[in-house]
Every structure is written in structure tokens, then in C-alpha cells.
Design a protein around this ligand. Sequence first.
Ligand code: MRU
Length: 359
Amino acid sequence: MTQTGMPVHAVGWSPAGGLHLLDQRALPEREVLLTPRTIEEVADAIRTLAVRGAPAIGVAAAIGLASSLPRATLAEVESAAALLRATRPTAVNLGWALDRMLAAARAAVDAAVDAAVDAADASGDALDKAMRAEAEAIRAEDEAMCRAIGAHGQPWMEPGIGVLTHCNAGALATAGIGTALAPLYVAHARGVTPHVFACETRPLLQGARLTAWELRRAGIPVTVITDGMAASVLASGTVALVIVGADRIAANGDVANKVGTYGLAVLAKHHGIPFVVAAPWSTVDLATPDGASIEIEMRAREELTVLGGRQVVPAGAEVHNPAFDVTPHTLITAMITDRGVLRPPFPFVVTSALVPPPV
Ligand code: MRU
């Protein structure tokens, strides 16, 4: 959403039918559009965070797979999916989207082989068509899930509420209006504008560079703070809600999200402030029993040692750079999903307990 009401499209289809990305590495200084054409270019865009945020990388992988391998064989599609899957291990949406794409591809090839005389030829066309349709379904569903999360989050949106968030779980991280930021956008559209405190999110500054950029475009006031200021800001009484996204939600409700999230949950509990996670159902991973079983992506040393082109850590000092941490479910007040709001003990297996998304 922008001041002119136009949504920011972080990921989608290019006019030529390929993958379109807004290069998040260049923000907030420049708005650069990318159209990765080969599967290696798609993998590189995900690995280097040109596109990032759990739902957005799932959508990018799906559209990238569908558009970069014209008339490929099923074996070529499977090997391309394996390349994309290995780019970032923590966000479950990536593997979830690739599994859906592979299932659609296999079903299309089976059907074409059953029906066609020239099986190889027919399966190429059928595979292209099926993968494009599935990628579009994944994109459109993500957009709809964001809208539903936005609607389900309205009970928290008191006029003028101070809201603290971490990293970027907004439009830039999804194919829609975001997850953690979706309730804020919906509230703003109905005249209930929150004031957002965005943790800068070291080391790659997704909060300062991306969350502040998209909120300002939408006309929502935002104050950027360093990660170390969160405790005093929460103690000051100006924040009534902490809301974050998620990269993977384990079956017991533990949540992996950007490193620093766990500390915010501890702080929120100490200050009696609700700590809410907003995520689509595609981020729930029932195959992972708990947070300890979630693989945490480790990133390059240089992300910490170099700041603004300058060496800020002496040679010889060791560096620890996990991209995510795990917040135990016991610290989470509620989860806003597209299927409704979950309260402890987070009954993911009892989906019938949930209310349907609003229309
Ligand atoms: O490393 P990133 O920038 O991909 O990390 C993103 C986050 O941690 C987000 O909070 C999460 O993916 C949810 S996005 C809706």
C-alpha cells in the first residue's frame, strides 16, 4: 500500500511472464526492479536477499521455477527445485511452495503421459502450464492470507496505539500487505493509524531500511530505534503491542523469526505487553515438533564485521551470525493466522477450533 493507495509489489509476474522482484538490497536508497531469468539467478536473488521474508521467498521460488525452465523435463524441474530449496533453510514457506510445485508438475506429467502419443512433447507443454497455474495459485493465496491476517488483527488496533515490530514482515516480505504489518495497514485504511516503533534489526537492517520505507510510503508514522533500545522503549509505556512475523512455527507453537525476536518476547512478558505473532498457515510446520528441531540459517561473517564499507570487528575476533532465533510458545500471547486468532496452547492440529477468515 502506498500514499496513493497502490500496493508495493515485492514479488510477482513480470509483463513478459517471468519473475519480477523489487530488489530489497537497494532499499531505501533506490527502487531497482529485477527479472531473474535462469534458475541460478532466481537462487542467487533468494540467497543474497534481493527477495526475503518467508512468504515472499516461497512465492519467488514458485514463479521462478515456473518461468525459468521452459519445456523442461520433470527431472530438470526436480533438480532446479533442489537448488532453490538449499538457498535458505529456516523459512518453511520455501520448501512448502516447492513441494506444491513438484506435486503439480508430477501430476501434469502423469496425466500427459497417460493421454499423449508423443509423451515427451506433451509432458513439456502440460508441465509448463501446470507449474504456471500452481505458482499463480500460491501467489494469489498469499495475497489473500495477508488480507485475512489484517482483518483478524483488528481487535488489537486501538486508535493511536504504539506498536513495536522487528525485522520486516510487511508487504516487502509477502505477495500482499504483509503479516505483522497487515493489521496496521487495515487499521490505517479505516482511519485508526498506529504509531510504529521499528527495531533497526542488525546486522542487515531490515527494520530500518525496509519496514520504515514501506510504512512511510503508506503514510504510517514510524520511529526507528536500535535493537538495544527496545527495553527502554517498552519500559516507557509508549508501546501497547509487540507484533512480529514468523519463518517457521513448530507443532508445539515455538516460533523461529529474525534473530532478536526472542529477546523482545522476554521483554514484552516482563513489561506485561502482549507479544503477538502474525503468520499465514503456510508457515505452520506440523512435521517439526518444537523449536529445538528448527534448522537456523547461519550467515556470513562479513555481515557483522563490515559496516558501511568499514571494518568494525578486529581480525581474529570470532563472529556468531545466526539469521534467526526461536521464541518459546510460552512467551506468545496470541497468533494471528489467516484462519483466525490462536491463543495458548496453540491447537494447530485442531483446525476446526478456528473461525473462518472474514470475507
Ligand atoms: O532474513 P529475512 O529478512 O528473510 O528474515 C525475515 C523475517 O525474519 C520475517 O520476520 C519473517 O520472514 C516473516 S515475513 C512475513
